[in-house]
Design a protein. Sequence first.
Length: 256
Amino acid sequence: MNNRFDQVSPAPPLTTNSKIIISTCVASYFLDFFLTNLGFRPGGLYLTDILGLVPARIINDLWLWQFVTYIFMHGTPLHLLLNMLILWFFGSEMELKLGKKGFLVYFFICGIGAGVFNFLVNTIFLDVSRSYTPIIGASGAIYGILAAYGIFFGERYMLVFFLFPMKARYFVLLMAAIELITGVQSRAQDNVAHFAHLGGMGIGALYIYLKYLRPRGGKGGGKNKEAERERLRRQFTLIVNESGGNKPDSDGPRWN
């Protein structure tokens, strides 16, 4: 049975891996905050320059760990708070749905995939070897979680801005459309990596399809599993990423 918005608990339980991810993001933020204000810059670099996703570092220095570490860095308290609240409300339920291991794998697939997608888009339109603006934040992974939520719980109603009821699937599609339009039209001072968000959603949706919805051959699964897969397949909408360009800026890291 699908729950309406007034039947969904306003405070879902904080699950194990969601708690670990939130704790890591909070610890990383305060570590970066204190080191920056203390003037600690190893090699003349801030922590966001080392752990954020810096295109020039990927190309010139092969700092490939940045595709993982950028997820845990955030720019402002509001940036951190919004991402962690969404991770709590939607990520915890997805962890209950996918299991601890399944959720952790999904989170990193979306987060890393979002970073790679945004990096590839930038390589098409920019000389990334000269782009030292770091991309930071867990939003790419979180948008992937939103995509999974819209697929698995698409019939649930949500209160958008706490006022307007909307089915989860349409809310996710609306968010994707906003990110696509904003990403194409954004200016450098936008400071938001819109194509990382789209990448997280698209890669997450593709992974859910391949892992849970794609028809399986041979034995196994049972009638109940096939019925569940068929139900999800009917409500599944694959969000297709379209490419556009992000211009580099010098006003600080792009928030993801």
